[in-house]
Design a binder for this molecule. Structure first.
Ligand code: ZN
Ligand code: ZN
Length: 216
């Protein structure tokens, strides 16, 4: 059974998943990964990078995360360091153990907690969104390579815009599914507030869900 323990107290885990994306770090091909385990009201998340070309290359990998920053935490407390060990990894499933320290609850408290976890995770690549939200056209040729920090690893990632140059500034709501390029039915687009901007949630006939704001 999968579990997470903090100082020996066991937290319930209902779901654990890893999404990954190809990413170059210091000139080496690799994979950036994001792990999320949730159960009850508890959520643990962490991210990291390992050399390789696909998820299966994580099999047997040990990843030490020295400065995870906000990319690793549990229940609104940060992890201050973690060792992640991967075993039995296929393209769809991974067994993962985590040893980490959890920062103290109060800023002037220096008592950290020990986190241990054994998880069985589903594995999937980060969903490609390669269609323009405004016209459904392909975005491949507008891809850029960008430097980003993931859990202290400086990685280069291929990033696609949300709108093609022709649609930028002229689209008032999501019209086409970014995953498959089919038009959203008008009654499948809803509006909500998101960090002071207008956010949208839209579902296409194939069940892909887009949620987010349009670039200003
Ligand atoms: Zn467009
Ligand atoms: Zn779709």
């Amino acid at each position: 059974m999968p579990w997470v323990r903090i100082d020996g107290d066991e937290l319930k885990v209902d779901d654990a998943r890893i999404v990954w994306s190809p990413a170059v770090c210091a000139g080496t091909d690799g994979i950036a990964f994001w792990l999320r385990a949730s159960g009850g009201r508890s959520v643990m998340h962490l991210a990291g990078w390992a050399p390789g070309e696909g998820a299966a290359d994580l099999d047997g990998a040990e990843v030490r995360i020295e400065t995870p920053g906000p990319d690793a935490g549990i229940d609104s407390r940060f992890l201050t360091g973690a060792l992640v060990r991967f075993g039995r990894v296929s393209s769809e499933r991974a067994v993962v153990s985590v040893d980490a320290t959890v920062e103290a609850l109060e800023p002037d408290d220096h008592a950290t907690a020990v986190l241990e976890a054994d998880l069985i995770c589903t594995v999937s690549p980060v969903a490609e969104r390669d269609h323009c939200l405004g016209c459904g056209g392909p975005l491949d040729r507008f891809a850029e390579t960008r430097d980003e920090f993931v859990a202290g690893f400086r990685i280069q990632q291929r990033v696609l815009p949300v709108l093609c140059p022709a649609c930028r500034g002229s689209v008032d709501q999501p019209r086409f599914c970014p995953t498959c390029g089919t038009a959203f039915a008008p009654d499948q687009v809803s509006v909500h507030g998101e960090e002071g901007r207008t956010g949208y949630t839209a579902r296409c006939a194939q069940g892909h869900v887009f949620s987010g704001a349009l670039p200003g």
